[in-house]
Structures are given as structure tokens and as C-alpha cells.
Design a protein around this ligand. Sequence first.
Ligand code: PLP
Length: 422
Amino acid sequence: MHAVRGIQKALCRHAGGIVRSGIRTYVSRTQMKKYGGEQFEKSFGYCSVVEADNKDPNTRVVDMRSDTVSMPTDEMRQAMAEAVVGDDVYLEDPTVTALEIKAAEMFGKESALFVPSGTMGNLISVMIHCQERGSEAIVGDKCHIFKYEQGGISQFGGIHVKVIPNLKDGTFLLDDVMTSIRTDDIHYPRTKVLCLENTHNICGGKVLPLAYIDKITQFARKHGIPSVHMDGARIFNAAAALNVPVSRILENVDSVSCCLSKGLCAPVGSIIAGTDRFVSEARRLRKALGGGMRQVGHLAAAGLISLEKMVLRLVEDHRRAQHLAQSIAALKSPFFTVDLPGTHSNIVMIDLQTDRVPPEVFCKRLVSVTDAEKTHLGQSVLVRLFPFGNHVARAVICNNLTDEDIDLAIGKLQYFAQELQH
Ligand SMILES: Cc1ncc(COP(=O)(O)O)c(C=O)c1O
């Protein structure tokens, strides 16, 4: 029962993003099951521990699981309330139109389209490039499209995938791309699109070098791949890290999908962009997939602030990620470390010595508090990380976190490093 309450509270907290004492239950046990409470417990298995510690009003929760937990700013909330809206399926929502025009301009593309999520953005984009039956998309083995979108491009688009290895930095070997291109043979599907991801999430927020993007897009063109799509869920993080306009990164790709709801803090939504033709086809497909939205200017209003203002502050997230990574490296713990030169943006991958601390154990320990630790740190600190694969815990920095939060997390990790020595 205690554990169930913990999950319920954790779900409530996720629903509101607020730690409120005295909340018993917003959701019944049946509702919790319906909305995936048990699954939630599995993937964020440490949440029941949070409840116990949150009884203490001095508990600080530093949530670094993902930038998807970012909250809309006060300015966004106000803009959303005041937005002028209309029926966007009828092309009558001026705020959505303003967002799409602004995005197309920033991306250096003819047109852009507001879509409900990054997953739908990728699905629509790849499906537009692969409209002919018997098409194939070349994707990386660590890319989001392949790993985390339920195989949607195959499931809904009937698209065959050719999976090639992503190197540690998120790039591909040109040779692997070369050998994946189908020749014109009756036995083969037809290669229609090459998918890149930038920054590369699983590879630890790696920024693809501009020279690489130029080279691989030229290579694709030269060898007859008709289009290149970029999953740019965090493309503005790449632009901030490279200190170039986002249009420079996208110069040679045919389409992009960019999330407004991660580091850019909008509550919902992504933008896809490309040629006018690409976007008008995408608009049709969005409707078929159930993604045509009506008075959605209320959400686009937040997205406009993402593009106008929030993109400018991503460097702050990167600075905080660097500080966290440097501090972890400085601990010189034999049990966990980071690849400092590999920390390019807002993601810090903590490599674990898995015999001693597998990711689940590491993450669970960081959201629990011992009495000795509380005395040592002067308060209870819970650090939420995401257990990632077999040997990594992922920390992602976003606007929710302050310098003080990062220092609290570092203090906790320092304490844990010493604890592991004993
Ligand atoms: C690289 C990448 N692409 C696409 C997505 C999908 O975005 P959404 O959660 O909005 O569907 C994510 C989400 O984490 C992502 O990291």
C-alpha cells in the first residue's frame, strides 16, 4: 500500500510538477493502472522512495532525468492565456501561422508545420520522403526513430529500415552508408532517405560537426539518396554549442523535426520544416494521423517564446552541464565517471562501474537519503537521474534547474562516491 501511495504521489507530482504536502491521492488504484502506474514504477523505479523523503519540507528534489520535464515559464503561461486563436485545420489560427513563419525563417526553409510531438514530427517527415511503397530509410542503431518510436515508420508507414551503427559521437561511417544504398534491383526496396540525429540523445547529447553534416549530405546526394532528414529534437542545443544560426546546420538537409517542449520549455509541440511541397504533404498526413489541431494557438504562443527567447538561454544549460561533468570527473571515483570531452551540450552521461553500481541501483540510491548523509549535507537531497542502458545514468539539464540545484547534486554525488569506497 505504501509503495502504491508513493507511485500515486509521484504520478501526481508528474502531473503538476509541484511537490505538495498533504496530497493523498489524485488517482485511484484503477486509474493508476490504466495510466501506466505500474509501468511507471518499473521505469522510474525509485519514485516510491521520493514520497518518504518528501515528508520533510526541507527536502530538495533535483530532477535531471530529462529536459522533457521542463516547465513553461510565467511569460509562456501568460502568452498562452492571451493568445489570439482560430481553427488551425481551417488555417485560421494567427498564432500558429506566426509560429510556423518564424520557425521557417529561423530554419532557413520554405515552410514549417506545428505538430503535437517529436515522434509525430519524425513519423510524418520520414513518411513524406518514403511515399512510394517499397521505400527504405537508413537509420542509426542508436537513433530515437529506431529505438524509441515503436518502429512507427514501419508500423504506420510500411517503410523498411536499414539500420547502420552510430559511432560514439552520433555520426556514421560513410562506408556504412555507402554499402546500405540499394542498387536498382528487383529484389530490393528503394533507398529514399537518410536520417541523422542532432544533438544525438543516446550518444550523450553529441553535437554533429558541421563539416560532417556537409560531407554526409553531399555524399548522400552524390550517391543518389533522394533526401536527408534530421531529427533535430535538440537542434537549438547544437546551434548553441556551435555558436551558429540553426539555419547553418540545416543548410543541406531536406527536412528537420525540432522539439519545442524539451530545453525550450513549451508544454507541447514540435516543428517540422522543409520545402513548401514537403510541408503541404505533411499537413495532409498530420490530419490523417489525427494531429490536426483546432484552437492550438494557445500552445503555439508558448512555442513562439521558445523560438524568440528560450533558444538564447540554452548556453546556460550547457554551462551547468559542463560544471556537473567537471565536478564528477574531479571526484576521480573508481565507480562512476564522465567522458568530459564528450559532454557537448545539456546531457551528461555518467559511466558506471556496473559490478558495483548498475544504473538502477545508482539511480535508486540517489533518490534515497540516509540519516548520516542528511546530517552531513545539512538537508535531504534527492537527485533524479535516468538509468540508461547497461552502464550509464543520464543527467539532463534544463531551465528548471539553478546553479544551486547543480551544486546540491554534486554534493550528493560526492557523498555517494565516498560511501562507495567503504
Ligand atoms: C532525439 C529525440 N527525437 C525525438 C524525440 C521525441 O519527442 P516526443 O517525446 O515529443 O515525441 C525525443 C524525445 O525525447 C528525442 O530525444
